[in-house]
Design a protein around this ligand. Structure first.
Ligand code: HBI
Length: 98
């Protein structure tokens, strides 16, 4: 699995307005805040099921109703197409959340 080059990454980020490139972690990053813990953990459960099916797992941090997600491909040591695809899947779980 190859990482995206700078141009590819910029192009993909243009179509993922909720995501930024975290240079420190070399990852796609999104911060989500829902109404309460139950909804947030429910979202994490949905993401976990998709991630395990895809064999592509997020790095994340949850505090009550806040969730931070970093998508990076360990096998590629950077952001790959798999991270972009996963970001799109996560966005699909949050309709109208932009
Ligand atoms: N998840 N984010 C991420 N990156 C990987 O490279 C990765 C993964 N989940 C499973 C996985 N790789 C497997 O292919 C093995 O490396 C365990």
């Amino acid at each position: 699995m190859k990482p995206l080059d700078t141009g590819q990454l910029a192009a993909e980020l243009g179509a993922l307005p909720a995501w930024t490139h975290d240079r420190t972690r070399n990852a796609l990053h999104r911060r989500i805040e829902l109404e309460d813990f139950a909804r947030t953990f429910g979202l994490m459960t949905q993401i976990a099921i998709i991630a395990d099916k895809r064999d592509h797992h997020p790095e994340w941090s949850n505090v009550y109703n806040r969730l931070e997600i970093w998508l990076t491909t360990h096998d590629a040591a950077g952001v790959s197409q798999r991270d972009v695809d996963m970001a799109r899947e996560i966005d699909r779980l949050l309709p109208g959340d932009f």
